[in-house]
Write a protein that binds this ligand. Sequence first.
Ligand code: IPE
Ligand code: IPE
Ligand code: MG
Length: 236
Amino acid sequence: MSTKQESLQHIAVIMDGNGRWAQKRGLPRAAGHKKGAETVKEIAKAANERGVRFLTLYAFSTENWQRPKDEVKTLMDLLRQYLKSDLVELHKHGIRIRFIGERYMLDKDIVESMEQLEQNTADNKGMTLILAISYGSRQEIVAAVRKVAAMVKKGDISESDVDIDLVSDMLYTKDVPDPDILIRTSGEQRISNYLLWQLAYAELFFTKTLWPDFTPNELGEIIDNFYLRERRYGKV
Ligand code: IPE
Ligand code: IPE
Ligand code: MG
């Protein structure tokens, strides 16, 4: 039992279904995003209390930039607000906060708030909450390949030095263990350009629950179920 407990370090989540949650209630999609943002806080606190070390939440993908302008604006305004209030509250719970994704796509004030939160929470001893914002896994891998190519070209390393560890070190998640669990809410069963490299051996959980309705209780059920699964990593 104890060794199994130790084997759960990192949970990754694709928070999906905000729009449908709002639609079901005859509300604008923005209302779903707002409720979804509250769920982030509840789930982060619950995961921290359960001793999870890393929680990585997919909040905005590189592809989400292609949504209608007003929805992107709503999401960015929510994020702005969130960085200033809710995440500061998580800081009080001892949670470390980090961001992964293409920052150059984001407004300058947002990036500044992100950097400030990362700095202010860097010494916290609780769970690390990683928010994937303007994140795309293929883009992340392409950037890693470019870095490796530059190193080889410069002569810092040779081609045969390129291995799994080196590639992992070029990713945003370089100092983070791979996710043990991937959860996607809202009934969709796809990865949508999320942590493609890192999820190599994650246990996958799909729930029909829409993200704004996802509860600490359901998270607990998934964690309990995870401990019943046998991870073989290709062995017998
Ligand atoms: C997830 O909810 C949040 C983001 C992708 C920003 P959606 O906005 O994708 O909600 P649905 O899938 O349309 O219900
Ligand atoms: C994935 O959800 C991205 C986030 C949850 C941030 P989407 O709703 O954008 O994904 P697709 O379009 O269903 O693949
Ligand atoms: Mg969606």
